[in-house]
Design a protein around this ligand. Structure first.
Ligand SMILES: NC(=O)c1ccc[n+]([C@@H]2O[C@H](COP(=O)([O-])OP(=O)(O)OC[C@H]3O[C@@H](n4cnc5c(N)ncnc54)[C@H](OP(=O)(O)O)[C@@H]3O)[C@@H](O)[C@H]2O)c1
Length: 302
């Protein structure tokens, strides 16, 4: 397709205000029109000429109007933590979106979900049970879809690796959950956006679990983070049980630093899936990102 033809295509993003939304904006804004539905304004969207429609996807949305002229929908919206009530209403809203999309001819639907989790979390954690409800609604629909289920994402302003680096830098010590021999395959948010562009152009329906280029042993990744900071490794070793209990205490105090389910998921060794295959360039390794973030921290707080 030529650049001029591509420019006429309209992308609707649901919940594009965060890390993935920012990366999608960078990937698509040069040659797609973008209509973005989420609650809080994002300065980058205004600068890129995005049509932002302030929307709570849990509420009633005039879908026929929002979907008019749309060629591609990417659903990103989800929260990192919340009550069953919050997730139920968001899942209900997203199901209404999926049903409305079925009436739009030749629409492609991309949805960000998450890798498999331990059975106890799949069955009992509202974050996951309602996420799977939405995944199933899409799979049962008449849409052409890709459900992409990446492992942990990184990028400027992320809430995991960047925050972990900051804590290591500040306190010198870092908790090691269990023996640290489980795995993680970090994927750049910008690579996820490039993957979404590729998936948008593919026919049929796909359900994909993937990570970045390297399957790290968690302990080795932490060591590499300390090396980026130029600090010696100093761990506070915690048994798996104590690790989850500590995260639960932090979450119960109202902090967004870490959640108990995230530690359980990590310890279950399900977050090191193989890399996505199919991009026409290599996936980005996490090391340059760690070095750059560490350099920034060291410059800011010498
Ligand atoms: N980050 C990761 O490591 C990771 C890994 C695997 C999968 N994922 C999945 O990737 C997706 C995006 O993750 P992210 O890291 O970009 O999350 P994020 O930074 O928290 O962004 C999520 C966005 O969803 C929007 N949103 C939430 N509830 C909404 C609602 N009721 N109505 C409208 N918009 C709503 C929020 O925008 P407003 O506040 O403006 O409404 C928010 O900016 C999620 O589905 C997540 O489960 C993330």
């Amino acid at each position: 397709m030529t650049g001029a033809a591509a420019a006429r295509r309209l992308l609707l993003i649901g919940g594009g205000g965060g890390l993935v939304g920012r990366a999608i904006l960078r990937e698509f804004s040069a040659d797609w029109q973008i209509r973005s539905l989420h609650r809080r304004p994002v300065p980058g969207e205004r600068a890129a000429g995005v049509e932002w429609v302030p929307t709570d996807l849990r509420g009633s949305v005039d879908w026929p109007r929002r979907l008019a002229g749309v060629d591609l929908v990417i659903n990103v919206a989800w929260d990192r933590y919340g009550s069953a009530r919050q997730f139920r209403s968001l899942a209900d809203g997203l199901r209404r979106c999926v049903r409305a999309c079925e009436s739009v001819p030749r629409l492609r639907f991309l949805h960000i979900s998450v890798p498999d989790a331990p059975a106890s979390l799949e069955a009992g954690l509202p974050y996951l049970t309602y996420k799977r409800d939405v995944d199933r609604e899409i799979q049962a629909s008449s849409l052409d879809y890709s459900i992409v289920r990446p492992s942990m994402l990184f990028g400027p302003g992320d809430r995991l690796l960047t925050v972990m680096l900051r804590l290591m830098r500040r306190y010198g010590r870092f908790p090691l959950f269990g023996d640290g021999t489980y795995h993680l395959s970090p994927l750049a948010a910008t690579d996820l956006a490039a993957i979404l562009r590729r998936e948008a152009a593919l026919p049929g329906s796909r359900n994909l679990i993937f990570g970045g280029p390297t399957r790290w042993r968690y302990r080795d990744l932490l060591d590499r983070m300390y090396a980026a900071l130029g600090q010696p490794t100093r761990y506070v070793r915690l048994s798996p049980r104590l690790s989850v209990a500590l995260a639960r205490t932090i979450q119960d105090l109202g902090s967004r630093l870490i959640y108990a389910y995230e530690v359980e998921w990590l310890l279950s060794d399900r977050l090191g899936p193989p890399p996505y295959l199919g991009l026409d360039r290599p996936l980005q390794s996490v090391e340059p990102f760690l070095d750059e973030e560490a350099r920034r921290l060291n410059v800011r707080n010498p």
